[in-house]
Write a protein that binds this ligand. Structure first.
Ligand SMILES: [Zn+2]
Length: 296
């Protein structure tokens, strides 16, 4: 049964009123970009669904794989390929696995904000700002990092969260699915918000490569995922646009998935027109052209 009153309250405007994404150039000699990013949820991926999972040790072990195996393996791969990435880490994962977080930072990668307990931001939730503050506090206390980038847990957003991120000085967010180039958010009151580096589900490894006992589903083999990732990348290169990866060490750090990722990233690196960069670098390029008045 539909709630007719609620339907009547839906505004008759686009939900995102940001202007079209400007076609700013990528740094020479590049014609397209890849935002290489990972989400490090560790066990908070599971406790955010049910805090009771903290006592279900095998459920927790899916997330524990990140610190024990997945993240070290991914760091080694990025080192071999001489690539720098952005790692969005939950505050809980940093508190529980400080050595893992320090290793990411020490390797020269960007650290982004990913909430504290990885709670999905839902309209009206009273703890949205508390999650935000606790995440900032943990990254500062444990790592001495003031993050400039934010990715929402479960990729959900509310207007209150967007405004709070702007107040806190966040330069860019990376959760929306409505473009293939960076754009600047417009807040509910019309003021400019953070820069958005949009994502797409096709580069979320969780969709293709993770199966859990209580939500079993088939996982997709190398050939399927490579064809998705390469086709998307090659078309985006033709468009002069960008792709954003959303990779998780508890998925892409598994042996078969890492082998696939190595092949994909090796291919991406072989594309001379492709700028593989961190979120801070891509948002910095946007801000540079915006400030310089580069025609959109
Ligand atoms: Zn996450």
């Amino acid at each position: 049964m539909h709630d007719r009153d609620a339907l009547a309250r839906i505004p008759l405007v686009p939900s995102n009123t940001a202007p079209p994404a400007p076609a700013y150039p990528w740094p020479a000699p590049y014609g397209a970009a890849m935002f290489l990013s990972f989400d490090v949820d560790a066990e908070s991926a599971w406790t955010s669904k049910d805090a009771g999972h903290a006592e279900r040790l095998v459920t927790m072990s899916y997330g524990g794989y990140e610190a024990r195996v997945g993240t070290p393996r991914l760091l080694a791969l990025l080192d071999q390929l001489d690539l720098k990435a952005t790692f969005f880490i939950t505050g809980w994962a940093v508190d529980a696995h400080p050595a893992m977080a320090e290793a990411i930072l020490r390797a020269g990668h960007e650290i982004g904000h990913h909430g504290y307990h990885h709670l999905l931001p839902d309209p009206g939730d009273p703890w949205i700002e508390e999650e935000l503050e606790r995440g900032f506090e943990t990254l500062a206390r444990r790592l001495g990092v003031v993050p400039v980038g934010y990715r929402a847990p479960y990729g959900e957003f509310t207007e209150g969260l967007r405004a709070a991120l702007a107040r806190r000085g966040i330069l860019y967010t990376s959760s929306f699915r409505d473009d293939v180039r960076p754009y600047r958010h417009r807040l509910g009151d019309g003021a400019p918000g953070p820069i958005e580096l949009p994502v797409t589900a096709s580069y979320d490894d969780w969709m293709h490569g993770l199966s859990a006992r209580f939500s079993p589903r088939p996982i997709f083999p190398r050939e399927h995922v490579l064809s998705l990732w390469k086709d998307e990348l090659d078309e985006v290169r033709d468009w002069g646009a960008m792709v954003t990866t959303v990779l998780h060490p508890q998925c892409s750090g598994r042996p078969m998935r890492l082998r696939l990722l190595r092949e994909f990233l090796t291919y991406a690196r072989s594309c001379p027109d492709l700028w593989i960069a961190t979120g801070a670098e891509i948002a910095g390029n946007f801000r540079h052209h915006e400030a310089a008045g580069t025609p959109a």
